[in-house]
Design a protein around this ligand. Structure first.
Ligand code: MG
Length: 129
């Protein structure tokens, strides 16, 4: 049996916040607004995994009303979800992501993002796109 999940997330770019995508901090004059570290890419991956497993969504697992998740490292949340998904008897095979933004350019950060996500997912970097 193959299960496929689709995740989506969007956060506002604002001054005074860090820009973290896939666990990688990217130098930019604007950052992502949010309750956790606002890592929108990792949040979408989390939602895709939970969706494929039929386990709800990120808001149910890590409510933004919960102080425990203020400033949370989203890669740590992802690792928790990976453990949950594997405990449900599933195997993660690959992850494919699309980031929609005009600036900053991500080309020079893509490999670092791929490696950071792969590490959290327990996958070879080649299985993360
Ligand atoms: Mg989010």
């Amino acid at each position: 049996m193959s299960l496929v999940g689709i995740g989506y997330d969007s956060h506002r770019l604002v001054a005074g916040h860090r820009l973290i995508l896939g666990g990688v901090e990217i130098p930019h004059e604007l950052g992502l607004e949010g309750h956790s570290d606002a890592d929108v890419l990792t949040h979408a991956v989390i939602d895709a995994l939970l969706g494929a497993a039929g386990l709800g969504d990120i808001g149910e697992h890590f409510p933004d009303t919960d102080e425990r998740y203020r400033g949370a490292d989203s890669l740590t949340l992802l690792e928790t979800v990976v453990t949950t998904v594997i405990a449900a008897g599933l195997e993660i095979v690959n992850v494919d992501c699309t980031v929609i933004m005009e600036r900053p350019k991500l080309a020079s950060h893509k490999q670092a993002i791929r490696e950071a996500l792969a590490r959290a997912l327990g996958l070879a970097p080649a299985r993360v796109n």
